[in-house]
Design a protein around this ligand. Sequence first.
Ligand code: GDD
Ligand code: MG
Length: 194
Amino acid sequence: MHTFLKNIKKVLLSDNWYTLNKFSFEYLREDGIWEKQEREVYDCGDAAAILLYNKQKQTVILTKQFRMPVYQNETEPGDGMMIEVCAGLLDGDTPEVCIKKEAIEETGYKIDLVSKVFESFMVPGTVMQKVHFFVGEYKEKDRISAGGGADYETENIEVLEVSLKEAISWVQNGKIKDGKTIMLLQHAQIQNLV
Ligand SMILES: Nc1nc2c(ncn2[C@@H]2O[C@H](COP(=O)(O)OP(=O)(O)O[C@H]3O[C@H](CO)[C@@H](O)[C@H](O)[C@@H]3O)[C@@H](O)[C@H]2O)c(=O)[nH]1
Ligand SMILES: [Mg+2]
């Protein structure tokens, strides 16, 4: 039980697809004063992400898809397309089961061995989501379908295979702007995965 929090109240603002709640609470400051605060918290469920890499070819698998929030935040007219590692919501699965399913759905690769590398809150001030990060080695023989995302999810995902070197250059020149993707590519670089 937190001694610096009291009177936590929750009001539902939206539960259309995911859930947005407004929390009111009192927070005990360093100076001993109880301060009233309000925070909106978006609950879109936990997620998992994976960097698929091939040691021999020194390549990685990335996805390209349209993202409406990105499109809405483009200052110059853009197309809202994002290059990202494979990722998806847990939907009741364990992170490991989820990410293996997502890898098949989005990229077409069936990966039996994945390693968890870290966990991260990507937007801790507003979004509840915790992301579980994985890496996994892929071989050409592991490709069992074209990928592209599940039809029922209207994902329209393009699958890219590029050298890690090129992917890192895309981080540097701004072609890759997705946080989870930057984290995993830098991890691959630091750990000499390829
Ligand atoms: N109808 C409807 N469908 C939605 C909505 N939001 C999401 N969906 C559906 O839910 C699917 C979610 O796809 P996933 O592959 O499971 O998740 P993701 O969007 O790739 O990734 C999630 O986790 C990432 C972290 O790994 C996050 O970066 C990302 O924002 C998102 O939360 C979408 O493709 C889409 O079909 C919505 O508001 N309305
Ligand atoms: Mg996804």
